[in-house]
Design a protein around this ligand. Structure first.
Ligand code: ASP
Ligand code: MG
Length: 419
């Protein structure tokens, strides 16, 4: 059995859905198709959720934008008169409307998950109906019934035993050899919707593959494979055709966007290869991540994370930054769901880099202000070079101002600002 994951970019319009059909149509083996929300619909649903929760009066407009976007795709795929797809989509809109017409609870994260899930529910409904119309027998699964998590809304943790049991009962491949289901979303034992963290569909594909002992997972993307740098930022990039699990974990942890950081572990545990291939050029091989024991020679790989904040905390009382202080700083970071992209400490300072997030920045800083003097640089970039050499470092940093530098045997990292 194989698992194919199609992200938002691959199904951002009717052409994308038709292309998905072409790709799966060549498949002769058992297959699970995992699909994300179409295009940027998760962002659009975040806007909807915020206006509903914050009662800003823009809820109707935000909902209409989401409907318009899907309407265009539905028309292009099915024409204006197809009742089947209309009634399925209307049922979802009604469900969402009922939520939007009710009073929000006090828990933002809970409201977020029960609204945001409609991106994936709509996309899988549209794609599966389209595949059926093309004559494919494909079974639609609501993943919330079998991928079970705790109640940590927006960043839920999967219950592996219960989920494996339910998924094995669901994906039996007895009366069909093709299933379609949602990435990113899941459910609790009490039927509440949860999500696995933004961009979490890769992770869904990996967990399903692990639980159901898939042969491999393929993530279909708009890039030709795993590149040694973002082709939008650098010239002369190259595809890395083979990577070990360990290298892939390091890269995604340093901010490489090609795969979600949590994706690799479930695959590595079962030795399941992960292919990254282009949905635009499905005939080309792309990259594979798998167990590789040879010391594979890799070219320098650059990861350039823009829009970073560099903060430096120093205790106001000039005490040292010791374990107890660090644990409080970490707890505050966790409370705001801020991920440390890089950290460095000295006796009396603690510096770290996080993604810039205007919405929570002030509150976060205010919490630290009593105890620490807080200095920060906005608009810095975090540059990571795996398998570095001096020539590459010089080339990438000579015109930059280096604020922090860290080197280990394989990795050099720099927090830089433009000169
Ligand atoms: N649709 C979700 C997001 O945009 C999950 C995903 O695409 O992986 O975050
Ligand atoms: Mg997405």
């Amino acid at each position: 059995m194989n698992v194919y994951k199609f992200g938002g970019a691959s199904v951002k319009d009717a052409e994308g859905v038709k292309n998905l059909f072409k790709i799966i149509n060549t498949q002769r083996e058992n297959l699970i198709i995992v699909v994300s929300a179409m295009g940027k619909m998760t962002d659009a649903l975040e806007i909807l959720c915020n206006s509903y929760y914050g009662k800003t009066g823009e809820t109707a407009q935000a909902f209409q934008n989401i409907k318009d976007f899907h309407e265009q795709i539905i028309r292009d795929l099915f024409g204006a008169a197809d009742q089947d797809i209309r009634s399925r989509i209307e049922a979802l809109y009604e469900e969402l409307e009922t939520i939007l017409n009710s009073e929000p609870s006090l828990c933002y994260d809970y409201e977020y998950d029960r609204i945001i899930c409609f991106g994936e529910l709509l996309s899988t409904t549209i794609v599966s109906t389209y595949l059926e119309k093309q004559g494919r027998k494909v079974k639609f699964i609501d993943i919330r019934k079998c991928l079970i998590t705790d109640q940590n809304y927006r960043n839920a943790c999967v219950n592996p035993d219960l989920s494996a049991q339910l998924c094995r009962k669901t994906f039996t491949f007895q009366d069909t050899f093709m299933y379609i289901t949602q990435g990113f979303i899941a459910g609790t034992t009490t039927n509440q919707t949860t999500t696995l963290g933004r961009e979490g569909s890769d992770y869904t594909a990996a967990i399903l593959a692990n639980m159901l002992n898939a042969e491999d997972v393929t993530i279909w993307k708009d890039v030709p494979g795993i590149m040694n740098a973002d082709p939008k930022l650098y010239e002369n990039t190259e595809i890395i055709s083979k990577l070990s699990y360990k290298e892939a974990i390091e890269l995604s942890n340093c901010g490489a966007k090609v795969i979600h950081p949590k994706t690799i572990k479930p695959l590595q545990n079962k030795g399941i290869p992960l292919y990254v291939r282009s949905f635009l050029y499905p005939e080309s091989h792309g990259s594979v991540i798998r167990e590789l024991d040879e010391k594979l020679k890799l070219p320098p790989i650059y990861i350039d994370k823009g829009d970073q904040l560099l903060l430096t905390l120093s205790p106001r009382d000039f005490s040292f930054i010791a374990e107890e202080k660090l644990s409080r700083i970490f707890a505050t970071l966790a409370k705001y769901r801020l991920r440390l992209n890089l950290m460095q400490n000295s006796a009396i300072t603690f510096s770290f880099c996080i993604d810039n997030n205007e919405a929570i920045f002030e509150n976060f800083i205010n919490e630290l202000h009593d105890e620490y003097e807080v200095l920060y640089n906005k608009n810095v970039r975090l540059l990571t070079i795996r398998h570095y050499n001096e020539e590459v470092i010089e080339r990438l940093t000579h015109d930059k101002h280096i604020l922090v530098e860290q080197r280990s045997r394989l990795t050099a990292r720099f927090v830089v600002s433009d000169n």
